[in-house]
Design a protein around this ligand. Structure first.
Ligand code: ADP
Ligand code: MG
Length: 310
């Protein structure tokens, strides 16, 4: 059966560094092209952790050398990362499709995500970004009002808020492009976080979780399936312990029980399970799948991965 699918790519689909990313997107594109060949309608979303860190760090370093170099707000760093990653992914996918004899347009869309100014996350920034800083540098920055957190003994890092995505501003454009037969790359890095006041959207100093934002998009474009592709084939309970058990299926009720038992690590597997549950519960028949990129086809066919459904 042909499905409308939102596919969220994890960090491993994009590699790291300029050459690493160029290489990683090639095999990512092969996998995506195979799914397109099966007739599925695909929307691709992706993370941006290392890339946004690199962009942020580069401008930070420039500002210490050139007095007039701007320190970029997080929203602008996310926008730059969408352009950079979209550029590589869009070209790799174009090539893989042409090689497979498929004529379809691929387009990367700069995507904004509305968050609430009153989101409690703004009072508790907890998402580390950018480089690790020594004590002296951290102290200097703190005086300028920058928030920092000690990160597992490795040094100080800036922290920003990670508010919940409320709405994808460009979702109607995504739908229109999809219905015109195009493949859309969107919600990069969870989308550019914006706060709405009247007709104006202004960038927020935050990053939005890409799995959460992908679930919101999947609902808004009425997708059949949300696929979260990551570094594990299935979700586990008692992960990395002797009694580890890999799950083939997971109901929202079971998921909530496991969440309460802290089975899923915050910042990695927890947002994926939460996003999957939120999509699966949003309408009867909607399914979410968590698996490896290389197993996406098998997963859609029901042969592997963890399937989350009501
Ligand atoms: P991505 O870049 O795809 O978002 P993350 O590192 O954020 O990847 O999240 C995926 C990781 O979550 C897995 O590689 C795994 O190490 C970790 N993880 C934490 N808890 C679990 C669990 N219960 N089951 C499976 N993986 C888990
Ligand atoms: Mg992640």
């Amino acid at each position: 059966m042909k499905k409308r699918i939102v596919m969220a790519l994890g960090g491993n689909a994009l590699g790291s560094g300029l050459a690493g990313q160029m290489k990683a997107v090639q095999s990512t594109a092969q996998t995506i092209a195979a799914l397109v060949a099966e007739g599925h309608q695909l929307v691709i979303t992706h993370g941006n952790g290392p890339q946004v860190g690199m962009i942020h760090q580069a401008f930070e370093a420039a500002a210490t050398t050139y007095a007039h170099s701007p320190v970029l707000p997080m929203s602008v760093c996310v926008a730059l990362s969408q352009g950079y990653i979209g550029y590589d992914l869009q070209n790799a996918l174009r090539e893989a499709l042409l090689d497979a004899g498929i004529t379809k347009n691929v387009v990367s869309l700069i995507t904004q995500v509305r968050v609430e100014a009153q989101d409690p996350a703004f009072n508790h920034p907890d998402k580390p970004i950018g480089s690790f800083l020594p004590d002296e540098e951290a102290a200097k920055l703190r005086k300028t009002g920058v928030l920092l957190m000690e990160d597992a003994g490795r040094g100080w890092r800036r922290v920003v808020a990670s508010p919940k995505p409320q709405e994808i501003i460009e979702s109607q454009s995504v739908k229109t492009l999809l219905e015109a037969g195009q493949i859309v790359i969107t919600v990069g890095g969870g989308g550019i976080p914006v706060i709405a006041t009247d007709n104006r959207l202004h960038g927020a100093n935050a990053v939005v979780d890409k799995d959460w934002a992908s679930a919101v998009l999947a609902k808004e474009i009425d997708a059949d399936m949300l696929i979260i592709l990551t570094a594990v084939e299935k979700v586990a309970i008692n992960y990395n312990q002797p009694d580890e058990r890999w799950l083939d299926t997971l109901s929202p009720q079971q998921a909530r029980r496991y969440i309460a038992e802290h089975q899923f690590a915050p910042g990695s597997m927890l947002p994926k399970v939460e996003a999957a549950v939120s999509f699966a519960e949003s309408k009867p028949g909607r399914q979410a799948l968590i698996t490896l990129l290389s197993k996406a086809g098998e997963g859609i066919a029901g042969r592997t991965g963890t399937l989350i459904q009501q």
